[in-house]
Design a protein around this ligand. Sequence first.
Ligand code: GAL
Length: 345
Amino acid sequence: MISKKYITEHKNKEIYLYHFKNESGSEMKVTNYGAIITSIKMPDRDGFFDEVSLGYEDVSSYIKDNPFYFGCIIGRYANRIKNGRFTLNNINYQLTTNEGKNQLHGGHIGFHQRTWEGRVEEDVLILSYLSPDGEELYPGTVQIEVKYQLTNENEIIISYEGVSDKDTIINLTNHSYFNLNGSKSAIFDHELFIDADYFTPTDEELIPTGELRHVEGTAFDFRESRKIGERIFDFEDEAISIGNGYDHNYVLNGSGLRKVAEVNEQTTGRCMEVFTNQPGMQFFTAHIIHPNTIGSNNNIYEPYYGICLEPQVHPDSPNKDHFPNCVLRRGETYHNETIYKFSAK
Ligand code: GAL
């Protein structure tokens, strides 16, 4: 069931909060400002419901500032594009730059700061946004649709579609930070599995160098589930030191919609599985969260209080021929599907 509550007006547009509740009693809240998931409540092994995603109590806090990108949809291109530049159909494009000389998460005003149109169809919330030609200097007007669903099996299904009137590039993701321990402690004891043999090391500016590095024998090997904290501060590994922990894109094994990751938290028994049709996934351990950040439910966040698992196309793909395709041709449909499935053991 989805109920809708009016919150406020922002730049002449109405902002709502959509409250999902399924038959198991699990809940999710989403606002059409930035298409942000503001809350996810899931049971532990004793049936106790608690907050498993980081966020703020009020929608107005997100409108004021959401410096860590809690819960939002990122676009038009999630992650980084070197120098904000790329070439398509022999045309050189210079995008806006918002992280030094590079572009991060769509530029100055990304999709996470836009107000989306919302409509509810049965148990699905459909959020749409028309990104005009030239927005953040991207080519093409792109019609985006993001669908959010919370199933009775405690799956959050996010499906994305986009159609452009000109050839362009696209890479959408959701930037939720998860913490299966009720968002009350750092994520070092969370156990993680990632089905990936390779990751994409970066330079100091977090732009992939182009190398696909095998995870074997490195702190990046999560092919067998193990605690995130085990090697997160192995700073003699240059990649760990650049990312202040983990802030890296994994080259996911397989293709099509498949299971790519699983997170387990032993004290609560909560488990989260990730399924996606995307070729890559950014694994980020949130060192940037400011100490003493006041989050929802009066939780106080510190650095390393959440993990992001952001299915996507590899960062800087527009400039790397051997990286997956991120070009959306005129008239074609971009389709991305990601599922976060919760359970308790
Ligand atoms: C992540 C990115 C990090 C950081 C963060 C923003 O997706 O990998 O480097 O920019 O977003 O909070």
